[in-house]
Design a binder for this molecule. Structure first.
Ligand code: HEM
Length: 140
């Protein structure tokens, strides 16, 4: 009993930790990119941004794996029977999650010309997912 409670708390923490890594990375990366582009010559800005986003790529992959593990645990170990509204919103959430991950991975490619837009899109989808997820936790 205590074990399952601790495991559930850990999985919830893991889910939120991964969200911070993924969505926080996109939003703060977008801000960092703006400052870099405003203050450095194009060549230096590209080199610095490429090395920052090469690190972000690894974090996106780690966050995706952790989100899937913790998210599937949350879903399948829930004792509640989910309504159709819940399931529809859950699918929308997963599609938006796929957008956050793919836009993030594209933005992490070296010298991607639309990096800023991709990061802004990933960040916005992430914020919408957070809203949907909070709503999901209030309905069954
Ligand atoms: C960018 C991707 C994602 C974001 C930003 C996100 C965000 C969140 C947040 C903020 C919560 C509420 C946490 C809490 O208060 O306990 C949550 C819950 C949840 N997430 Fe995610 N999540 C993402 C991906 C996923 C994935 C890939 C899955 C499944 C494979 C998943 C399944 C769930 C489930 C089942 C819950 C519990 C909902 C409920 O209380 O009924 N999430 N998510």
């Amino acid at each position: 009993m205590v074990f399952t409670t601790v495991l559930a708390a850990f999985m919830r923490w893991l889910h939120i930790f991964s969200v911070v890594l993924l969505v926080g990375g996109a939003l703060s990366g977008r801000q960092a990119l703006k400052v870099i582009n405003e203050n450095l010559a194009q060549d230096s800005a590209d080199t610095l941004a490429d090395s920052i986003f090469a690190r972000y790529r690894g974090r996106i992959i780690a966050a995706t794996v952790l989100l899937l593990i913790s998210g599937l645990y949350n879903y399948f170990y829930s004792t509640v029977h989910h309504s159709t509204t819940y399931q529809v919103l859950f699918v929308i959430k997963l599609l938006l999650a796929a957008h956050v991950i793919s836009a993030g991975l594209l933005a992490a490619r070296p010298k991607h010309p639309r990096r800023a837009r991709l990061l802004a899109g990933a960040g916005l989808s992430g914020l919408i997912i957070i809203f949907i997820s909070n709503y999901l936790s209030r309905i069954s």
